[in-house]
Design a protein around this ligand. Sequence first.
Ligand SMILES: *Cc1c(COP(=O)(O)O)cnc(C)c1O
Length: 363
Amino acid sequence: MARIVNFNAGPAGLPTEVLERVQAELLDYNGTGLSIMEASHRGGDYDAVHENAQRLLLSLSGAPDDCKVLFLQGGASLQFAMLPMNFLAPDASADYIDTGEWSKKSIKEAKRFGGVNVAASTADANYDHLPALDAIDLDPNASYVHLTTNNTIFGTQFHDYPKTGTVPLVCDMSSDILSRRFDWSDIGMIYGGAQKNLGPSGLTVVMMRESFYERITNDVPTMLSYKTHWEKNSLFNTPPTFAIYILWRVLEWVEGHGGLEGMEARNREKAELLYGFLDEHADYYRGTVTDAAHRSWMNVTFRLPNEDLEKRFVAEGLKAGFCGLKGHRSVGGIRVSMYNAASPDNIRSFLDFARGFMGANRG
Ligand SMILES: *Cc1c(COP(=O)(O)O)cnc(C)c1O
């Protein structure tokens, strides 16, 4: 069996240990004679999976006591609409910080439901850096502040969050949830598709504080209402049970690797290795993010001297055992997505390849 190193932006690599565990219990889960995939979502076996995944996610992320985990579907993309649909009254306004393609999409959806104040934007610079925290023009009467914590396409990440005071902060953490410790103090809600740092696609994770939940203003259809899923503990209808089960196994893996602090150390080490290499060879590998303080630990974006070399880098990288290196079409170049499952050793072997490529293709 040959597993290659997965640098895809999402769906992304899962820890091999998790996949092996899933494989081992695929046909007969816990002596039930059934796959957990076939088990009733109202039965005791699945119930324990659901509870365990929620409990571990809360404890690993350091969530405050009034926080609940909701298991939804429709991806982070549905949250772009569901958030304002529930929390943004037609005569109210929400603050949005525009730092990339995903922020832009969230703004587009919010405008359907109420007012949007774009409190800061780096669109003019094609999102090659983040706005300074003290230059964000927050409205004290906003219904919430929306922030994309990690910009998957442009390779930037907020390593600190704006202080929003009494206005709840809502974070799209699709591409950096559980990658490092973070400050919960202003956060009302976090959401993300599971397929980058948490598990397989098909599951959307929402973590919501009761103090934020109580601010729901709008009456919306049953399945689009957070109230339904909050009150029914995400069991109003059939949740994506198998994806939630894999999430649980991934969370156990995180716990076994030192929890959030362990992930932070692992991701810091990877970032230092890769950005250190880029800085050392900046005449050949040019990072696209202009301010080093804004560099993402999850998605590292860079260019080679020309597009032909970039194409060759992607093709030869694949032959050398690294997939997913092609950058998003709106930025071009190369993107290394190194979520939690990617190890420092994966990065070291990638750097051996990149060093060799540079030597052979000086042009
Ligand atoms: C991938 C991604 C999304 C889209 O997620 P889906 O689950 O495919 O809808 C949204 N926001 C960010 C930051 C992402 O990285």
